[in-house]
Design a protein around this ligand. Structure first.
Ligand SMILES: Cc1ncc(COP(=O)(O)O)c(C=O)c1O
Length: 359
């Protein structure tokens, strides 16, 4: 039997049908495709961090509960008293742990569309049904459609990215509350971009017994560490913790994250600069004929090109060594749309110049 034949027999059909999550190689291009913080640390901070790493025992397993780091994150992320924190290898892993903990025949994950693609992918990995409910034309929640879908599918998990990726907007607070109140299962408000947003549901945790709030350090400037956190009632987190692989937060991540959180002001200054430059970048995009940027509460901006132009603009940027994200192929509301991450002022200028040349 050939390998191909065995694959067809063995690998689940829905997995065979997936294409692997593709991350393009940026080469020497300006990288504005992945919502990373573009800034390095000051040299003395790098030296102090390397000193701290000397103390790490790589021959030992990490603290399985990452106790010190969890305590540190509770403060940094303003987790309300009485709520607990569960850590993941990126928030991606937390989404997977949530799915594994509830998966079963007929169990559904529900999210608005377009939103973060891993909600759908992880639902499929876990063998769950996925229900995507289209956003309204202005990218707000279509509350009536959401409530109808929740009534029909009784989802075990509802994911609301707040602000949403790739659209960048915060949903209306009352819509989110109505969904939490109507949902029979857990509602996870995914605040990956909290560092750039004007609102949060963290302080609402105690108000609802089916609400969890997810955060990550990735967009704050620590994407390489792979560290996300889920905050919520201890009773929920204790159950979800049972599907966590032991030692999922490696020792370098634990020590490095504690170190950075002790020097938090460096990241805070960087994220403040990114918020300022988001406004400048938005205005520069809006000034380009045929380009419509959408307001953003995150560290990226979604924008629409004139009809049928998005692929050519994307390729034009790539040829000029600027890599952004092409969402046109996703279709639907994202037809003609591209997404750019806010970079350094120099990177943003180079992007705007390349935009003008590409058009
Ligand atoms: C809404 C949202 N949630 C979660 C993530 C994943 O973050 P992490 O790097 O913590 O896995 C992303 C990354 O793009 C995102 O956009």
């Amino acid at each position: 039997m050939t390998i191909e034949h065995k694959i067809r027999q063995l690998i689940r059909p829905e997995i065979q049908a997936l294409s692997a999550y593709h991350v393009p190689d940026p080469g020497d291009a300006i990288k504005l495709d992945a919502m990373e913080n573009p800034y390095p640390w000051p040299a003395p901070l790098v030296d102090a961090w390397l000193e701290r790493l000397r103390e790490v025992s790589l021959n030992r397993y990490p603290d399985p509960a990452a106790q010190r780091l969890r305590e540190r994150l509770r403060g940094t992320m303003q987790v309300p008293a009485g709520m607990d924190v569960l850590l993941g290898n990126g928030s991606d892993e937390l989404i997977q742990m949530l799915a594994l903990a509830v998966a079963g025949p007929g169990r559904a994950v529900l999210a608005p569309e377009p939103s973060f693609v891993m909600y759908r992918l992880i639902a499929e990995f876990a063998g769950m049904d996925y229900v995507g409910v289209p956003l309204a034309a202005d990218f707000s929640l279509d509350l009536a459609a959401m409530l109808a879908a929740i009534g029909e599918h009784q989802p075990a998990l509802v994911f609301l990215a707040y602000p949403n990726n790739p659209t960048g907007n915060l949903f209306a607070i009352d819509d989110v509350r109505a969904i939490i109140e109507a949902a029979p299962g857990l509602v996870i408000v995914d605040e990956a971009y909290a560092a750039f947003a004007s609102d949060s549901f963290m302080s609402a945790l105690g108000e609802y017994d089916n609400l969890l709030v997810m955060r990550t350090v990735s967009k704050m400037g620590l994407a390489g560490l792979r560290l996300g956190l889920l905050a919520g009632a201890p009773a929920w987190l204790q159950e979800i913790d049972k599907v966590r692989l032991p030692y999922n937060i490696n020792v370098l991540t634990q020590v490095s994250a504690e170190f950075v959180l002790d020097n938090r002001e460096v990241l805070d200054l960087q994220t403040a600069d990114i918020r300022r430059d988001r406004g400048i970048l938005f205005d520069a995009l809006a000034a380009i004929e045929g380009i419509e940027p959408y307001p953003s509460e995150a560290n990226f901006i979604l924008f629409k090109t004139s009809a049928g132009k998005a692929d050519a603009v994307f390729e034009g940027l790539k040829a000029r060594k600027v890599l952004i994200k092409n969402l046109n192929k996703a279709g639907g509301a994202l037809t003609d749309c591209l997404r750019v991450t806010v970079g350094t002022p120099e990177e943003n200028l180079a992007f705007i110049e390349a935009m003008k040349e590409s058009l």
